[in-house]
Ligand binder design. Structure first.
Ligand SMILES: Cc1ncc(C[n+]2csc(CCOP(=O)(O)OP(=O)(O)O)c2C)c(N)n1
Length: 555
């Protein structure tokens, strides 16, 4: 039995932040879980995939995040508690549905785990602060800072969601998702609800003019939730230790920033009141006003854009116009925070003598000589064969290469260096079409198999429909490899390990109207090279499905 399913309330076990979300959802009685993989959120889905079949919970890897959100909402409309997990980019894909979903609301409690990745540790395309969605979608957002909180906040999120009939987001960052820590287990809820969809066009049909009424109701719900936020114990003032006290100075923070603040205060041996916010949205406005009213200076510690700081500036106008507010003027807006940044900022603010010896501290790390590491495809990866065939078939200087997100993005690095643009999932073929309309230059677009199902199909249809002629090479390694080999519709297996009929990429490509189509094992170099040369001369879209399993797939 997986430890995460332990039925021993009160027992303390070590869990990853993402695993704590799973445990919290199980204790809250979740019945439907959907996801599309993406680091740093992947372990939520992967853990459910492992325990699938041992619980009453239904789990799926959906084809993309929008579909995952829609599926979870459908289950919630029937009264089931549902969880959906994704990385930050996934929410951009899902946002077209998220916004009206917040208007209509839901039935069974629905929690959305979104993991941001400050510093882009495992995110190629951009650094994103998902907290912006609070303002766009009016979705309540809770920010835990430890695995214990991730579990507790998940349970609270389900309760809030069901009480106010609104999806609730838990926002993680990489360090919250991937830190492990002790978690006290609660009871796993066993109650199984039989889903029933009760027709209610007033709730589930978003159309003007009613949709504006719905927006009004949503804003009213947020004000009701704010009342809970005002009283909630997850927005709390902590005073560190019994060390030196500094009058008139305070700190406000949330999520992982709280841990940096605690470390800084310990290093500086300071006692400063810290307002730790568990609710990012809606903020406990009155509690914050009471906190800042008696201060002379406040430091807002948050990663990325200063959303919290802007709110504090607003509240200070009413509560304490003379308050000096520090934040992004002394802390970075790009990348993760580090304890040393926060130590410096707090000592600057408090006038505390910096007892902390930075030189000595940093010297510890200098001893570890970091080797310059250029990421490379694994030995035996089938993509070596694809890229080598491409280089044999064409002069790379004379052809444009479209890249995308996945292991195949390494095409841009030595020794391949065949990637001239790279953005997001599904964009390679979409951009290829525009380039082909603008120029007569030859173009090869690379698309991964999971990416094809995720967002590549509409781009392919667009290129065929609008009479383009890029060569699209679909790299079918039989897995969503880069994020941990999760299955997709092409591999004949679901997230719960059930066997299903494979949806064949070539059948879809054919159905999209592509006539120049070949499925080739790239081990057959001659066929690959000859076909690339032949297809590049075509006046219509052509597609090669380069099929050979990833070497890391365990059979
Ligand atoms: C919208 C979005 N969701 C998820 C991700 C995370 N992600 C990056 S690469 C990748 C896997 C792509 O798999 P595939 O297309 O099969 O390529 P492979 O890694 O197998 O080469 C995923 C899911 C992302 N970058 N963007």
């Amino acid at each position: 039995m997986e430890e995460i399913l332990l039925k021993r309330p009160g027992k303390k076990i070590m869990l990853l932040g993402n695993e704590a979300i799973v445990r919290g959802a199980l204790e809250a009685g979740v019945q439907f879980v959907s996801t599309y993989p993406g680091t740093p959120a992947s372990e939520v889905g992967d853990t459910f995939s492992k325990i699938g079949g041992k619980t009453e919970v239904y789990f799926e890897y959906s084809t993309n995040e929008k579909v995952a959100l829609e599926a979870a909402a459908g289950a919630s409309f029937c009264g089931l508690r549902s969880l959906v997990a994704m990385k930050h980019f996934g929410l951009n894909v899902a946002s077209d549905f998220l916004i009206p979903l917040c208007y209509s609301g839901i039935k069974g409690g629905m929690v959305l785990l979104v993991a941001d990745d400050p510093n882009c540790w495992s995110s190629a395309q951009s650094e994103q602060n998902t907290r912006a969605f609070a303002y766009l979608a009016h979705i309540p957002i809770l920010e835990p800072s430890s695995p214990q909180e991730s579990k507790g906040f998940t349970k609270l999120a389900f309760e809030l969601s069901e009480k106010f009939k609104i999806p609730v987001m838990i926002r993680h960052t990489t360090r919250v998702s991937h830190q492990s820590g002790p978690v006290i287990l609660g009871k796993i809820k066993k109650k199984v609800i039989k889903g029933k969809f009760i027709k209610d066009p007033h709730q589930f049909v978003t159309m003007p003019p009613k949709v504006l009424e719905m927006k009004k109701e949503l804003l009213q719900k947020i004000e009701e939730i704010r009342k809970i936020s005002e009283k909630s114990k997850i927005n709390l003032v902590t005073n560190y230790g019994s060390a030196t006290s500094v009058k008139g100075v305070g700190v406000i923070c949330s999520g992982i920033s709280y841990l940096y603040v605690m470390e800084a205060l310990k290093e500086l041996n300071l006692k400063i009141p810290v307002l730790k916010l568990g609710f990012f949205y809606p903020l406990p406005k009155e509690k914050i006003k009471r906190f800042i009213k008696i201060l002379k200076k406040v430091l807002v510690v948050e990663e990325l854009e200063p959303y919290l700081e802007r709110e504090i500036v607003r509240f200070a106008k009413e509560a304490n116009p003379k308050l000096e507010i520090f934040g992004k003027n002394i802390l970075p807006e790009i990348g993760e925070l580090k304890p040393e940044y926060v130590i410096k900022a707090i000592s600057q603010l408090s006038g505390a003598k910096l007892a902390f010896d930075f030189k000595k501290h940093l010297a510890k790390f200098k001893k570890v000589k970091a080797k310059k590491h250029i990421p490379r495809l694994c030995p035996g990866c089938p993509y070596w064969l694809v890229f080598s065939a491409v280089k044999k078939a064409v002069d790379p200087k004379k052809v444009i290469f479209g890249g995308e997100i996945g292991c195949y993005m390494l095409a841009g690095l030595p020794p391949h260096e065949i990637q001239d643009y790279l953005y997001c999932m599904g964009s390679s073929a979409g951009i290829a079409h525009g380039i082909k309309k603008a120029t007569k230059q030859k173009l090869i677009s690379f698309v991964g198999d999971s990416s094809f199902f995720h967002a590549g199909i509409p781009a392919l249809i667009n290129a065929v429909y609008n009479k383009s002629n890029p060569l699209i090479i679909i790299l079918d390694n039989r897995a969503t490899a880069m994020t941990g080999h999760q299955p997709h519709p092409g591999v004949g297996k679901t997230g719960m390990g059930e066997k299903v009929k494979e949806i064949k990429i070539e059948d879809i490509v054919r159905a999209c109207g592509v006539k120049n189509l070949k499925v080739i094992d790239p081990g057959n170099q001659k066929e690959m090279v000859d076909t690339i040369k032949e297809f590049l001369k075509k006046n219509e879209v052509s597609v090669i499905v380069a099929r050979r399993p990833c070497v890391r797939i365990k059979s």
